[in-house]
Design a protein around this ligand. Structure first.
Ligand code: AMP
Length: 426
């Protein structure tokens, strides 16, 4: 039986890779404007790290982790990037080296979810984290940066949802208020939500189950029980977004899947048709307790992750003109050896050169050049070799000329450097 990629995990073929590269380089240049530096952490971490930081009662930890045991240690393919970044922050005592740390990362994440359009088991996220800044302006600037990035990629119909789930004092109050609300309605909840009720009633608000959604619709809002400090933080967040003219909606029921959040939460979605139901592009928030929970000093932190596959679905394409290059079609081993030398020389000028070494007929080599969309082809056979010349063909203008070996590379370089006609133009 032929092998296939693992369900929910996809190949990215060369014809798609160009869009990935465009998205990634745009992300890098946008976050650089805000002072983020790149962090690369291992794809595998200790399972305990995710249990401790993401939280045991979350779907991700409870049902979706790819875990295995090696050398008596339980390891997990990272389901998200925040835990590894926080671990690295503590492990390398960055708090002792700089007051504020701004990191970004990009890479594959793994969750055993039910695959569908926009939801995969290996998917890719790009994300940012700020450590050491508790102010709501950091949160607002992150949201503004994301909007700038998405708009730059031509993503339309952006919606920014924000909420505050307060710090632990607020959460305790809210926990009680929710418990008091759900307890008398327990029988109407899904079995899973019933289990969660005592442990983590907040997560019931996040449930996708119709029964839980119905019961939750009248649940008390967390914004009503915020402490004064938490309320002030949230007010400053909205004021900063207003100052930057970023539109947003306050959604008191936005709680998001992971347990580690405190205060600010946000989610950015798009109404672009291509996304269908999986329309959340990015999510994030503040997690002021995580660094301490992982053994570091009390350190405020805020971060987000965006889904690259979903963004690719929503991103507008710009016509990309591939830079012109030269193809060497040669017949016979002596001519092929000569072509290989010219190819090397041309590349040292920074131009792409492809040397056909198959020793096939001229016709089939020209067909391959044509399929590649190449503009210039150098033809070299025995008769050209004997006379010290090559035939330089221009496939766009349908012209050709013989060029002596001594000026061949300089002639091609001159042609490749000249402005090229736009695609489709005569
Ligand atoms: P989360 O880490 O769950 O907050 O997700 C952040 C973003 O990652 C989401 O808004 C999605 O864009 C993306 N994402 C999360 N899970 C998946 C998945 N299974 N497949 C593809 N993208 C995902």
């Amino acid at each position: 039986m032929a092998f296939r990629a693992v369900k929910g995990m996809n190949d990215i073929l060369p014809e798609e890779a160009g869009r990935w590269q465009r998205l990634e380089s745009s992300f890098r240049s946008t976050v650089a404007l805000y002072g983020y530096e790149e962090l690369r952490t291992p794809i595998v971490e200790s399972s305990d790290l995710f249990v401790r930081s993401i939280g045991e009662t979350t779907d991700v930890v409870d049902k979706e982790m790819y875990s295995f045991t090696r050398h008596h240690e339980s390891l997990t393919l990272r389901p998200e990037g925040t835990a590894g970044a926080a671990r690295a922050y503590v492990e390398h005592t960055r708090y002792a080296k700089e007051a504020v740390t701004r990191w970004f990362y990009m890479g594959p994440m793994f969750r055993a979810e039910k695959p569908q359009k926009g939801r995969y088991r290996q998917f890719h996220q790009a994300g940012c984290e700020i450590y050491g800044d508790s102010g709501p302006v950091a949160d607002a600037e992150m949201i503004a940066m994301l909007c700038r990035f998405f708009e730059g990629l031509g993503v339309g119909g952006l919606k920014v949802a924000i909420n505050s789930i307060g710090s632990s004092a607020t959460r305790q109050r809210y926990h009680q208020a929710l418990f008091a609300y759900f307890e008398p309605r327990k029988a109407e909840l899904s079995p899973h939500a019933q289990e969660r009720l005592a442990v983590n009633p907040l997560r019931i608000l996040d449930s996708k189950d119709e029964r839980d959604r119905n019961v939750s619709s009248e649940a008390p809002s967390i914004l009503e029980v915020l402490t004064d400090e938490d309320a002030a933080h949230f007010r400053m967040l909205t004021a900063s977004l207003d100052a930057m003219s970023i539109g947003y909606q306050i959604e008191p029921r936005l709680v998001r899947g992971l347990d580690y959040y405190t205060r600010t939460l946000f989610e950015i979605s798009s109404t672009a048709d291509e996304l269908g139901t999986q329309n959340a592009l990015a999510g994030g928030g503040r997690y002021d307790g995580m660094i301490e929970g992982l053994g570091g000093p009390t350190t405020p932190a805020v971060g987000f992750a965006l889904g690259i596959e979903r963004l690719l679905l929503a991103m507008k394409d710009e016509p990309q003109l591939a830079p012109p290059f030269c193809y060497f079609a040669s017949m016979g081993s002596a001519a092929i050896t000569k072509a290989v030398m010219f190819g090397q020389e041309l590349r040292s000028y920074g131009f792409r050169a492809e040397v056909d070494g198959r020793d096939k007929s001229l016709k089939s080599q020209l067909r391959r050049a044509d399929n590649l969309g190449v503009r210039y082809v150098v033809v070299l056979g025995d008769s050209e070799l004997g006379r010290g010349v090559a035939v330089l063909k221009d496939l766009v203008n349908h012209q050709q000329q013989e060029v002596g070996f001594e000026v061949l590379v300089s002639t091609i370089v001159e042609r490749l450097r000249a402005p090229q006609p736009a695609e489709g133009a005569a």
